[in-house]
Design a protein around this ligand. Structure first.
Ligand code: ADP
Length: 487
């Protein structure tokens, strides 16, 4: 397993043009690997390999239980390569190695095993239409699935697309992000080693142009995309040209709402997690902290005290809580938003603790803007870094209005001991996830569907089966008499 070759059909492939690109380690700012840069001709080869595998390969003839067994075997192989896979993601995008090893690989395995168990449980239904008709539905695989993956959870999100697609009997072309391509390439290699038939799992590396070529390819039947809302719109246009299925997991601006009756200790720990885990580079990062005036000062002081002990540093060191941001581009974006907040005269506080000076790497310390107007840019736009804005609210109505006051609708967190209030607010939130007294809880069993400009369709849960299959209704006539109109 190398993670530096593409997988096209049975082949570990270079780009036909011979082009490669460098992968930069954001902790050192140094290139540490070169991977192929797929042109349209490589994308075409990969899609055709997936097409052939779907249309005429052994995959379609394999029993669902055997498909599941292969997926379970893949899980064992991933387990055996846990440390290497974690290292690939840490080196490529800067997340702490301990988190990659313990959380990301475990999460990917949980997805894979959840859907492996699903292969032989995907059913249609029988529809009662009277004694003269026998009517049933089946769920068929859609065909070739293009999985376009971002850099924040490279292995996990690649698996989020791969596992349900395979469980439903599809073939797949993965396109990881240019910043963090190696774990998805390695994953596709592991599929080959596990014995997946030729062409069932392919992976091509490259940037936006490679992704666009894949999204536009006429032989792709479904696109599953996770990334920015801006690119999501382009993907939807590409899908429209061929009337193909699309699943979009896009941006967010999560409100983390703390009522005075909440368990403040628990809320505090969770607030730290939701603002700084993965250096705040998560679409559900609790970037808007709604604080009731009764607890504002106390909560903020305690949060700052905790933030000031949060170790920012080398992601390979075991006690590091926050590594660098993924890239120079992301560093510029986050620091640009920090400048915007400062120019708007917002009061701010910084946290983070550096055990030693960090003279290289795209590190940004956690930062809180305080008493931010709900319509300020830093409270409206997705920053994707460890930058949070506190927003004051007086009552439930204001909490709901402010939480819903962005174009996104991904997740909301509510902290209260009043269960009736929690359910009232959960119903009023315009978001796909509502966490009550927790944050960042996503597991394979729970469908994840962004509302408004945060997405379309579900990638997880039993519901993903719907988006990776299409429905066929068969109507069998049992009545030999001709139709009255014709008779
Ligand atoms: P981010 O802003 O988090 O970098 P992007 O939406 O730019 O997210 O990228 C997410 C994924 O989409 C990456 O794999 C990237 O290469 C790919 N991508 C970028 N532009 C396009 C495009 N026009 N068509 C298809 N994929 C794209």
């Amino acid at each position: 397993m190398t993670g530096i070759r593409m997988v096209i059909g049975q082949e570990l492939a270079a780009a036909q043009s011979g082009k490669t690109f460098e992968v930069i380690n954001p902790a050192t700012e140094q290139a540490h690997a070169r991977v192929p840069e797929a042109g349209p001709e490589d994308v075409d080869r990969a899609v055709r390999a997936a097409r052939r595998a779907f249309d005429s390969g052994p995959w379609r003839k394999m029993s669902p239980a055997d498909r599941g067994l292969l997926m379970f075997r893949l899980a064992d192989r991933i387990e055996a390569h846990r440390e290497e896979l974690a290292r690939l993601d840490t080196e490529d995008m800067g997340k702490p190695y301990v988190h990659a090893k313990q959380h990301d690989v475990s999460s990917a395995l949980a997805f894979l095993r959840f859907y492996a168990g699903f292969c032989d449980k995907i059913r249609g239904s029988q529809i009662p239409c009277g004694p003269d008709k026998h009517v049933y539905t089946i769920r068929e695989p859609v065909g070739v699935v293009a999985g376009i993956v971002p850099w924040n959870f490279p292995l996990v999100i690649a698996m989020q697309k791969l596992a349900p697609a395979l469980a439903c009997g599809n073939t797949v072309v993965l396109k990881p992000a240019e910043q963090s391509p190696r774990s998805a390439l390695a994953l596709a290699e592991l599929c080959l080693e596990t014995g997946f038939p030729e062409g069932v799992v392919n992976a091509v590396s490259g940037g936006g142009e490679t992704g666009a070529a894949l999204a536009a390819h006429p032989l792709v039947d479904k696109i599953s995309f996770t990334g920015s809302t801006e690119v999501g719109k382009k993907i939807m246009h590409a899908a429209a040209d061929h009337i193909r299925k699309v699943t979009l997991e896009l941006g967010g601006k999560t409100a983390n709402i703390i009522f005075p009756d909440a368990d403040l200790e628990a809320a505090l720990a969770s607030c730290l997690l939701t603002s700084c885990y993965n250096s705040g580079q998560i679409c559900t990062t609790g970037s808007r902290l709604l604080l009731h005036p009764e607890i504002h000062d106390r909560f903020l002081d305690a949060l700052l005290a905790r933030l000031r002990t949060l170790k920012v540093g080398d992601p390979m060191e075991e006690d590091t809580k926050m590594g660098p941001l993924v890239s120079k581009e992301q560093y510029d974006r986050v620091t640009h938003y920090i400048e915007i907040g400062k120019q708007n005269n917002l009061r701010f506080y910084t946290g983070g603790f550096r055990a030693k000076p960090l003279d290289r790497g795209y590190y940004v310390d956690p930062l809180i803007f305080d008493h931010v107007p709900v319509d300020a840019r830093v409270a409206q736009e997705e920053i994707f870094g460890p930058v949070i804005s506190t927003i004051d609210f007086r009552d439930e109505d204001e909490a709901v209005a402010y939480a819903n006051a962005t174009s996104y609708g991904l997740a909301t967190a509510i902290w209260t001991r009043d269960l009736s209030r929690a359910h009232r607010l959960a119903a009023a939130m315009q978001s796909g996830f509502v966490w009550v007294n927790c944050n960042h809880y996503w597991v394979a069993q729970i469908p994840y569907e962004g509302h408004r400009q945060s997405g379309l369709g579900a990638d997880m849960g039993v519901e993903a089966v719907e988006s990776y299959t299409r429905l066929k209704s068969t109507i069998v006539n049992l009545d030999p008499a001709p139709h009255p109109w014709a008779g």
